[in-house]
Design a protein around this ligand. Structure first.
Ligand SMILES: [Zn+2]
Length: 717
């Protein structure tokens, strides 16, 4: 089996050489970009496949071979990213205005993105430093692997260390017990506690690995000219800098309450729901949803001999009612020994327009760890599993519906801030009563999900929303600090501090959760993306689907304006379309402020001016409001990066209320018309009612104020 990968690698590397020669010898033009995309396609085809096989294949020999292939291709990519001749061919193109003008916008954008890859890899350095950058990168490939593998391994403990009556709930291996997850949905408190302490028990070699990895990332970032690894990672994202991310997180934390209705009723009563969520019913639900929204349906297809890695993998062909075949999804849904407990989506082949004019169909794998069916019962999903299925399917459809010319920017190959938007949006569908009602059927009786259970399920999502957001803020902050300036203390000490600051629950001694934080590898300094994506997904849901989640017109718009473009368009522009940018945030903010009770104006003004009362007020909000708040703040940060002047002052619907955002420190505040002085220059806003976020609640901050006519036009919506 290792030979298969060796052959594939050699083929890809030979093709690479030819393509590099072509790129370097041709005159600059569209062909240059096409050649680069072919280059990336041929390497990605091997690397992406290997990326999946090293995690998902049941045969350890395959996994090993794939791991080796990943490292070899990764090394080749790093060398290409510092190949000066190759970079020059692109540079010549980007510097040639005449030729540049003949290119279509997509081609130009891809050229810029490719150039950026060269820049952050250190192509501008002298030869010895370039060599150093390559070797650091290669070293990182190893460290990444080591950490990723270690983070997924179960911890072992002697059988007799656990009380007898709970042993059978874990997997027993001779004299020892293996614990490979937190068992968070176990109804037994002792099981959860044991799993927490054992699964998170620190492993010293993995702690070292993490230290080395963070140090190596830092060294690399400095070498290529960035202050920290986070600064390098955040270039070209919506937020741009680590400072903005931290502000985003702190702003959110300030607005979150500390109480945790953590175990939602739906989690505790998962067994009540499962009979209604058979895998068949859920897949049927997805099929119905996609066919109504987008005219897309799934068909089971028989894989060819040797095409799949395990017998229980299903192959789905995705068809559009008029466009025909869009691509294939391989569904690897069931638990297997040795298969990581991880829900994820792998791109195996990206879509692109081939040289012969045909479209290269995207191929993806969806990996879940569902219980396999037995001879008497189908696979039954808990509400959490059902939501995860919808989430991962969102990623798959992002790939299926993308129709970019270049694979470099197809589907999920977009800015990390945006990649989770389509999947998180699917979670909204998965917990909407109009959607769930249509597919949840008892697997024995065919009865629909009882109304009380249905509303309880959709409600619990909202309650969990705030607590879950809090947890995500903590993860994101931890990721930022790890990738910021090197610190003279252990990763566990940092975890402890961040957990207390951002999460509020105390650290449990002798645990090292960071060693299970496998997203540190893939996301490195971009874990905040999950929250950012959620803010945007929430906005899309409300704007397009909340009223009617089956609306075809909205579905088509969503596909046309967002999914089809992959990473080629500025995410924030996709969310809105330039012309609508100005009016939407105020609608949401208006809502937030109405909930505040500010519609009764003066009576509540004092409340807003008093930070303590402000916090008390917030405590009373039902969970769902945090989503809205998240939306607002996400928007603030997102739009700032796209078009900052717009963000100075937002009028609210109705009579003269406004929301302001200080362009320099991201304070958000709101007020009413009487406070606005109609002066076009930078002017303090008097009577601003409250500043949300760190800093003073009482004082407004300096913002440019817009003329009345302009404000007026924004108000009409
Ligand atoms: Zn995801």
């Amino acid at each position: 089996m290792s030979t298969i990968f060796t052959v594939a690698q050699q083929k890809a590397l030979r093709k690479t050489e030819l393509l590099v020669a072509t790129a370097c010898s041709n005159p600059p033009g569209a062909l240059t970009v096409e050649t680069f995309d072919q280059l990336s396609d041929s390497l990605c085809k091997v690397a992406d496949l290997a990326d999946f096989v090293k995690v998902g294949h049941p045969d350890p020999a395959f996994r090993k071979a794939a791991e080796k292939a990943c490292i070899n291709i990764g090394t080749a990519v790093e060398k290409l990213n510092t190949n000066v001749d190759l970079c020059m061919s692109l540079k010549k193109l980007l510097e040639n205005k005449e030729v540049l003008e003949t290119l279509d916008p997509d081609t130009r954008k891809v050229a810029e993105l490719l150039m950026f890859d060269f820049e952050i890899s250190g192509v501008h350095l002298d030869e010895s430093k370039r060599g150093k950058a390559v070797s650091l990168n290669v070293n990182l490939l190893d460290l990444n692997n080591e950490f990723l593998n270690g983070s997924l391994l179960p911890n072992r403990i002697e059988k007799k260390a656990l009380p007898e009556h709970i042993r059978h709930l874990f997997s027993i291996d001779g004299k020892s017990i293996q614990i490979g997850s937190l068992h968070a949905d176990s109804p037994n408190e002792l099981v959860r506690e044991a799993a927490y302490k054992i699964f998170l028990y620190p492993n010293s070699s993995l702690l070292h690995c993490l230290d080395d990895l963070l140090a190596c990332r830092n060294e690399l970032a400095k070498l290529v000219g960035y202050e920290t690894f986070a600064h390098r990672a955040l270039k070209r994202t919506m937020v741009e800098t680590p400072e903005t991310v931290m502000k985003f997180l702190e702003l959110l934390t300030d607005l979150m309450p500390w109480d945790h209705p953590y175990f939602s009723s739906a989690v505790r009563t998962a067994s009540l729901y499962s009979p209604y969520f058979s895998l068949g019913a859920c897949m049927g639900g997805l099929n119905m949803l996609f066919s109504q929204l987008l005219g897309v349906s799934f068909q089971n297809e028989q894989p060819m001999a040797g095409e799949v890695w395990s017998e229980d993998v299903r192959k789905l062909a995705v068809f559009h009612e008029t466009e025909g075949l869009l691509g294939y999804i391989y569904c690897d849904f069931f638990r297997r020994p040795d298969k990581p407990h991880q829900d994820c989506h792998f791109t195996i082949q990206g879509g692109r327009l081939k040289e012969d004019g045909e479209y290269q169909h995207p191929l993806v794998v969806l990996m879940l760890s569902l219980p396999p069916p037995t001879h008497s019962t189908p696979t039954l999903l808990t509400p959490g599993m059902m939501e995860n299925l919808f989430h991962e399917m969102g990623h798959a459809m992002h790939s299926m519906l993308g129709r970019t010319r270049y694979q470099h920017v197809t589907g999920t190959r977009c800015s990390t801030d945006f990649a989770e938007v389509p999947s998180v949006l699917m979670e909204f569908f998965a917990t909407d009563h109009q959607v769930v009602r249509k597919f949840a059927r008892h697997y024995q009786t065919g009865q629909p999900l009882p109304k009380t259970l249905l509303s309880c399920l959709c409600e619990s999502k909202r309650i969990c929303g705030a607590a879950d957001t809090q947890l995500q803020i903590f993860y994101a902050a931890l990721d930022q600090v790890y990738h910021g300036k090197p610190q003279n203390r252990s990763t566990t000490d940092i975890l402890k501090e961040m957990q207390e600051k951002f999460y509020g629950l105390p650290y449990v001694p002798n645990t090292a959760w960071q060693l299970r934080f496998s997203h540190l590898i893939g996301y490195g300094a971009k874990y905040y993306s999950y929250l950012m994506s959620r803010a945007i997904a929430s906005m899309i849901w409300r704007q397009c689907f909340q009223k009617d989640p089956f609306n075809r017109e909205m579905g088509e718009r969503y596909r046309r304006e967002m999914l089809a473009h992959g990473g080629i368009k500025e995410p924030m522009l996709m969310v809105q379309g330039k012309e609508r940018i100005q009016t939407l945030p105020c609608k949401v903010v208006a809502k937030c402020i109405l909930w505040f009770g500010v519609e009764q104006k003066k009576t509540h003004l004092n409340n807003l001016l008093n930070p303590c009362l402000f916090h008390k007020e917030i405590q009373k909000w039902p969970g769902e409001y945090y989503c809205h708040l998240l939306e607002v703040i996400g928007f603030v940060i997102g739009f700032q990066a796209v078009d900052s002047p717009l963000f100075s002052l937002y009028p609210l619907q109705g009579d003269g209320g406004f929301m302001g955002v200080c362009p320099t420190n991201l304070h958000v505040f709101c007020g009413f018309g009487e406070g606005i002085r109609l002066c076009p220059s930078l002017h303090p806003v008097e009577g601003a009612l409250g500043v949300w976020g760190p800093g003073s609640f009482v004082k407004g901050c300096q913002v440019p104020v817009r003329p009345k006519q302009e404000l007026g036009s924004h108000c009409q919506q």
